[in-house]
Design a protein. Sequence first.
Length: 245
Amino acid sequence: MTISRRIIGRRTLLSGIGAGAAFALLPAAAHAQSLPRGLGGGSGGGLGLSSILGRASDNALDKLAVPGTFYDDEDIRIGLPIVGNLGGRSGGLFGSLMSAGNRLGVLGGLTRSINDATGVAAGEAKPIFRDAIDDLSFNDAPGIIREEDGGTQYLRDSANDRLHSRLEPLVDSALEKAGVYRQFDGLAEQHSFIRNAGLNRESINRSVTDQGLDGIFAYIGNEERTFRSNPVGNLGNALGDLLGN
């Protein structure tokens, strides 16, 4: 790419952003002709919403994979598994039983182990989120653009079940390696309130995956909002090499 083409490409890109961050968030078909080759979005990895969501999900999952992130952030901390339809992150009656267990010192570091295992699963989940994003069809661009985390909301509405089914095996493996199932089995042998909760491997995995997805989507939404708040700066970081910076 010659210097003159870099300058033209940069001016074209920035003029589009100057019209509002919404321009950069439109699907490829809406603006592909206005951007330099390769910046049109879609599966080509350009500036379309799929590219923005891909960067947001990568950044979010990288942060969540850092040991301690899930546990240290009270807004997304994984609570002890929820059984049945008791509702709420604390698990209703089951949550009360577990709180009593915590007061007795029975559960010890089990919650920490669950959160750390979920962080491991999050770090391994980047390809499945990228796949889901690449498969999206952004048919409601105006609605997506109006919301600061509209792309994240659209991803969850469109792909939540698929992501859940693909995340579950990663969570299951991480919980196994962290010894969480073994800890539950050992505690159930010693304490009737844990046996009476009706926990099994499937219900533990499902509950942790549910809560883990909540945290992942919360972080992806934060990353998307950050990108929208400073589109020029964030695009500069992403595209510096391509535009010759």
